[in-house]
Design a protein around this ligand. Structure first.
Ligand SMILES: Cc1cc2nc3c(=O)[nH]c(=O)nc-3n(C[C@H](O)[C@H](O)[C@H](O)COP(=O)(O)OP(=O)(O)OC[C@H]3O[C@@H](n4cnc5c(N)ncnc54)[C@H](O)[C@@H]3O)c2cc1C
Length: 198
């Protein structure tokens, strides 16, 4: 944020547009308030939280303690998704962090020494743009027939919805293993790792 603060220029309506209100975007927004920047924080979803919002219900998130601008040390080591979201909502209320939800960044256009950010709610002109868009905005697809069917999903919200169904989880990373474990608890022994119902 110090670099962005140094680039301040009154010619622009905003010092920075922050895109995304996941953990990174929220921290950046708090940093912007702390540095007294003119900022806009936009989020395409209707609520903050980013990936955390889409963790399975009651998932325990493991995190190292972090220092948040204006807030100080966040001391959680293990915390449920719900508690973490509650914590952020409380911080947003306390710090009056402004988040424009339901606004999607569509395109960023360089203009002179700054940028025009084209969004679903109009154009924002800023000296700097900070992309905190995470990695889940566009799920990687396999390029196989049937992958756009409604029974193919790219995030697991509640494993209980797949109870007693056969589910195929595709992927071999942490998220896939977590999804498979969560489903297996409810699926009476059927292993399940992006879930496709038959
Ligand atoms: C299933 C799962 C379990 C995990 N468990 C843990 C854990 O236990 N501990 C841990 O430390 N980490 C965990 N992680 C990783 C952690 O969630 C991510 O590292 C973290 O959420 C990244 O934060 P971020 O703000 O960079 O991105 P994100 O959380 O992905 O947020 C990005 C935000 O940007 C928004 N956005 C994207 N594109 C646009 C656009 N064009 N316009 C407007 N908004 C946009 C998105 O809607 C989203 O809200 C897990 C991840 C997953 C998927």
């Amino acid at each position: 944020m110090a670099t962005i603060a140094k680039r301040r220029d009154p010619k622009f309506d905003l010092d920075v547009v922050i895109v995304g209100a996941g953990p990174a975007g929220i921290a950046a927004g708090l940093g912007a308030i702390h540095a007294k920047l003119r900022y806009a924080l936009i989020e395409q979803e209707e609520s903050l939280g980013g990936s955390v919002l889409h963790y399975p219900r009651h998932k325990v998130a493991m995190t190292a303690p972090v220092d948040l601008p204006l807030v100080g040390k966040m001391r959680f080591v293990e915390v449920t998704k719900e508690k973490l979201l509650e914590f952020w909502l409380e911080i947003v209320a306390r710090t009056r962090l402004q988040i424009r939800t339901g606004v999607t960044m569509e395109r960023v256009e360089p203009v002179g020494t700054g940028f025009k950010v084209h969004t679903s709610a109009g154009v924002l002109r800023a000296r700097s743009v900070l992309l905190a868009i995470g990695r889940r905005g566009t799920p990687r697809k396999l390029g196989v027939p049937g992958e756009d069917l409604p029974k193919v999903v790219y995030r697991l919200i509640d494993p209980r919805q797949y109870r007693d169904q056969q589910v195929l989880v595709v992927g071999g990373g942490d998220s896939a293993v977590e999804a498979a474990l969560a489903c297996s608890v409810f699926a009476q022994g059927h292993a399940c790792p992006t879930a496709a119902r038959r």
